[in-house]
Design a protein around this ligand. Structure first.
Ligand SMILES: O=C(NCCCOCn1ccc2cnccc21)c1cc(-c2ccc(F)cc2)cc(O)c1O
Ligand SMILES: [Mg+2]
Length: 214
């Protein structure tokens, strides 16, 4: 069947990345998407902010909402300790299939579990899945109108602990106004905005980091 953008990204990564070298996978995707065709990866500018937040948090458990091709999954996974675990949720099964191959090529299978489905269906099941553990870091990068309802759901399912970090992509472009309004006005979070650029473009975007206070 016809190729898709995720398939073309995978083909480029298979040709240009070094198997087992997560950094080379990240660099290959950035090279392709900056030179050949734009794709909605978090990219290298916001990616450097993501790296810093992940390193400072040093999480044991991570939830990513929105895998796409696995760029940020690999970006996060490459910084985690061997015993840490990352669960990533993707709704599109074709994207999930590509992402699984990119994650495998990066050598990160042991740390990363991919779930295919809607966050609203899967988040309530996570508590069981994580055997009563909570989340140290959540990276929100899926449908922008889902950021707020899913955050409320994470609160209600007891998956957040005092100190859990929520990091939200695209709070300027495409924008997540309802989420920002809630999280910045809630006494249960301490938020900070990191200005940056939309991936591979000169458009303004940024990440919102919010620490759950319990
Ligand atoms: O739309 C974006 N991401 C979301 C993908 C679907 O996510 C669907 N999805 C993935 C798991 C999942 C779980 N449950 C429900 C839906 C679920 C997205 C869009 C842009 C963008 C910026 C400017 C433009 F002109 C056009 C697009 C940039 C980004 O960085 C993004 O992340
Ligand atoms: Mg994004």
């Amino acid at each position: 069947t016809r190729t898709s953008k995720p398939k073309r990204i995978l083909a480029y990564v298979e040709k240009h990345a070094v198997p087992g070298d997560a950094e080379s996978v990240v660099n290959a995707i950035d090279a392709y998407c900056s030179r050949v065709e734009w794709a909605m990866n978090v990219g290298s500018d916001k990616g450097k902010i993501l790296d810093r937040v992940v390193s400072e948090t040093d999480p044991d458990t991570v939830l990513e909402l929105g895998t796409y091709c696995g760029y940020s999954t690999v970006r996060i996974g490459r910084l985690l300790r061997p015993e840490a675990r990352l669960v990533t949720i993707e709704m599109n099964p074709d994207n999930a299939k590509i992402a699984k191959q990119i994650i495998a090529l990066a050598g990160l299978n042991s740390k990363i579990e991919m779930l295919v489905g809607s966050s609203s269906d899967l988040i309530p099941q996570l508590k069981k899945k994580l055997d009563m553990k909570t989340l140290d870091l959540v990276f929100l990068d899926h449908w922008k109108i889902f950021y707020l309802p899913d955050t409320r759901c994470l609160e209600e399912t007891g998956l957040l602990h005092k100190g859990t970090v929520l990091l939200a992509d695209n709070v300027v472009c495409p924008g997540t106004p309802e989420y920002l309004k809630y999280i910045r006005n809630s006494s249960r979070y301490r938020s900070e905005y990191f200005p940056s650029r939309l991936e591979y473009l000169q458009v303004e975007d940024g990440l919102e980091k919010s620490v759950f206070l319990g």
